[in-house]
Design a protein around this ligand. Structure first.
Ligand code: MG
Ligand code: MG
Length: 334
């Protein structure tokens, strides 16, 4: 998740405790070592990079590398393995694909994947930690490819899973499944906007935050358990670098944000906690944990808006399975 300086916002659906403050320094506000020196991208009025169909196809290549990393991590994760060994799995996939890691070396991050366990929310550093059955683990990773001009095209995606396949608690199940549902509800909302369905704010960027917040409110009503939505960390635009405009909020604000339009590519990434959304950063300068020790989940895809719909670039099937419950088919560019 990109670290956001919190701005004035309006909670639309429910009150939530305000975090004590921002965790540590803001990586997204330092100059990016991944910044491309290539010709200036086309920017919309809102300074959002608008991709051509050919550029979206290049991003699909990066997205499929990320999907391959995810598949390899799902295959490898088990009790007894260290998180460093899982990072090696990720690095091997990237190298075999002839792609590059956009996490390794990012503000000196020392690995190709963030691995965050239980109360760790995001940005966990792989190391000697040994995973055990029941650990709730989030993998967040990415890759970029180079086009013939040497321009980088990035992909970024995350998933949460439980080691051994059995949740230790109903709460772990709830936070994981709800976060995944929030991701697909948000992608479906963007797809409907791209198809011109709905009106007003439903056609705009912050439909993402509205969708996530609605899922969390529905679960609170149905299950009697209010999950926390991270405030300091948000999704982002993506393209010739990993973190670009716009910020993609996971909560409702009064302003609608820019109109969603073809050529925008967004990393949509709800991050939820089982308790309070307040977080703090550990002394390692990276790992973000919940202040109350509650467990957390993160699900993310890189999503391209194309004429009439979306193409989920980091899903092998383009988003077909995830969008099927909403009666939506992804629109892959040929
Ligand atoms: Mg991201
Ligand atoms: Mg990510």
């Amino acid at each position: 998740g990109r670290l956001l300086k919190r701005t004035t916002r309006l909670r639309m659906l429910r009150p939530v405790p305000v975090p004590d403050g921002l965790a540590g320094t803001a990586p997204s506000h330092r100059p990016s070592p991944l910044h491309t020196t290539q010709e200036a991208p086309v920017l919309s009025r809102e300074q959002i990079q608008i991709k051509t169909p050919e550029q979206v196809r290049l991003m699909r290549r990066a997205g499929l590398v990320v999907a391959d990393i995810h598949a390899a991590l799902r295959e490898a994760v088990r009790a007894g393995i260290t998180t460093a060994e899982l990072d090696a799995v990720s690095a091997g996939v990237i190298e075999a694909a002839g792609a590059h890691s956009n996490f390794l070396g990012y503000y000196d991050f020392p690995a190709t994947v963030c691995i965050s366990v239980n109360d760790e929310v995001v940005h966990g550093i792989p190391g000697e930690r040994v995973l055990a059955d029941g650990d709730l683990v989030t993998f967040d990773c990415g890759a970029y490819i180079l086009d013939e001009d040497g321009t980088q095209w990035h992909g970024d995606a995350a998933f949460t899973t439980v080691v051994g396949g059995t949740y230790l608690s109903e709460t772990d199940r709830l936070v994981d499944t709800t976060t995944r549902q929030a991701l697909w509800e948000a992608i479906a909302a963007v797809a409907r906007a791209a198809a011109g369905e709905g009106r007003g704010r439903q056609l705009c960027l912050n439909a993402v935050g509205d969708a996530v917040e609605t899922v969390v409110a529905d679960v609170a009503e149905r299950e009697g358990h209010e999950l926390g939505i991270l405030q300091e960390y948000v999704g982002h635009g993506i393209g010739t670098s990993m973190h670009m405009a716009p910020d993609v909020l996971n909560y409702s604000v009064k302003r609608r944000g820019p109109r969603l339009r073809p050529g925008m590519v967004l990393a949509i990434e709800p991050m939820l906690t089982a308790g309070s959304p307040a977080t703090r950063e550990l002394d390692d300068g990276w790992t973000v944990v919940t202040r109350d020790g509650s467990h957390a989940a993160q699900w993310e895809h890189t999503v391209a808006i194309v004429p009439g719909g979306v193409w989920v670039l980091t899903a092998p099937d383009g988003g077909a399975e995830g969008l099927a419950p909403y009666g939506i088919e992804p629109k892959a560019l040929g």
